[in-house]
Design a binder for this molecule. Structure first.
Ligand SMILES: [Zn+2]
Length: 382
């Protein structure tokens, strides 16, 4: 059991003690909201120590004579022969390049995941439901015997303290192993593959690679009448031009864009992710959400929210809910239970009460479809 003997954490500003305060963050959510100028520098320390250790820049670089990378909201100005915040994009003799040194090669790995998968969108995905039948799935109910091609990209333009796969950052720094466009294309052409889902890390830094593969897949799929749904599991921090193209490919293929909305308050966002991402993510959620009614049979967008104890509380969730509802109440929201990981290993898992309160709140706001993803992690923790 995680918690019974756990000592409460303490906020170094207001002195409040509670099991849902992380000593690794060092401050409580109220201080982040009310005294951000004092609280944020404390919270950011946890990011710096980890990033220093593995050789990633503490902040998005702003080198005066650097190369601008506009792939995501970080807008890094990468110093000569240096790397961006993600560790993937680099400045090679004044040219923007992947660190693999080729646009056709990415850092990551891929595998076949049999349906039904434990995807964030499992409750609404054509692979598990009959949504989109017969255009986007050829089976009624679960696509038994078929697979999702899971494409895991190393590297991320966020630095989430709770990251479940933080090894991907080390993977990004070491630049191995690599996967080529051709390899992924061939894997996707397996007749048993019906969806291709890009995740990570985050697919953002390697989006150019993923888009390249996806266009190739969909070209063949169209010619041969195959079902190949293109899906994304992302933090939504992409350049809007890239986000639009990702969305278009999902839209055409019956796929889903899954955006993980980390928090509402900009300072809470930054404390958890290490970057000023709140504005860009909100814009991208709107960008994708506005297309929702154009393909009503399968949700084009699914928003997920990780319920970080003490930080992503009912207030944060309800503000995100109101925002999503203002775009379209039909956009499904999936609440995810937190599990102590990485630098937030001093927090308990999400409590059942916390999840249920958020669920009720989202329904009250008017969100039509709300789910709890990994409910089995929930317990009586706080
Ligand atoms: Zn406090």
């Amino acid at each position: 059991m995680f918690l019974r003997n756990r000592r409460p954490g303490k906020c170094s500003i207001c002195g409040r003690e509670h099991v849902t305060i992380s000593n690794n963050i060092g401050v409580c959510v109220n201080c982040l909201r009310e005294k951000p100028e004092k609280a944020l520098p404390i919270a950011l320390k946890a990011h710096y120590t980890f990033r220093d250790k593995i050789g990633l820049p503490r902040k998005p670089p702003r080198s005066v004579n650097g190369k601008l990378c506009s792939y995501c909201g970080n807008m890094c100005k990468i110093p000569p022969n240096g790397i961006g915040f993600c560790g993937i994009l680099s400045n090679v003799n004044g040219f923007l390049r992947f660190r693999t040194n080729s646009w056709e090669e990415a850092v990551g790995l891929y595998y076949l995941d049999p349906h039904p998968t434990n995807c964030v969108a499992e409750k609404v995905c054509p692979a598990n439901t009959s949504r989109g039948y017969p255009e986007y799935t050829f089976s009624k109910g679960i696509e038994y015997g078929y697979y999702n091609l899971a494409v895991f990209y190393g590297g991320c333009n966020f630095d989430c303290l709770f990251c479940q796969n933080h090894d991907h950052k080390i993977m990004a720094v070491k630049t191995k192993p690599t996967m080529t466009v051709e390899e992924l294309y061939r894997a996707a052409m397996n007749p048993r593959v019906t969806c291709i889902c890009y995740f990570g890390g985050d697919p953002g830094p390697f989006a150019v690679h993923a888009l390249y593969v996806s266009r190739k897949i969909l070209k063949t799929a169209k010619e041969k009448g195959l079902i190949k749904r293109i899906c994304w599991e992302t933090n939504g921090y992409e350049n809007p031009v890239i986000m639009k193209e990702m969305t278009r490919l999902s839209f055409e293929s019956g796929g889903i864009v899954k955006i993980d909305f980390k928090a509402w308050t900009p300072e809470v966002y930054k404390a958890l992710t290490g970057v000023d991402a709140s504005k860009r993510v909100k814009e991208n959620v709107k960008l994708v959400g506005k297309m929702f009614d154009e393909r009503p049979e399968i949700p084009l967008l699914v928003v997920s929210i990780l319920l970080v104890p003490g930080y992503v509380d009912v207030y944060e969730v309800s503000k995100i809910g109101e925002y999503v509802a203002s775009i379209n109440e039909k956009i499904p929201i999936v609440l995810l239970a937190f599990h102590p990981e990485h630098r937030l290993n001093d927090l308990p898992p999400t409590s059942r009460r916390h999840a249920e309160e958020c669920l009720r709140e989202l329904k009250r706001i008017g969100i039509k479809e709300v789910y709890i993803g990994n409910w089995w992690l929930l317990g009586n923790y706080y």
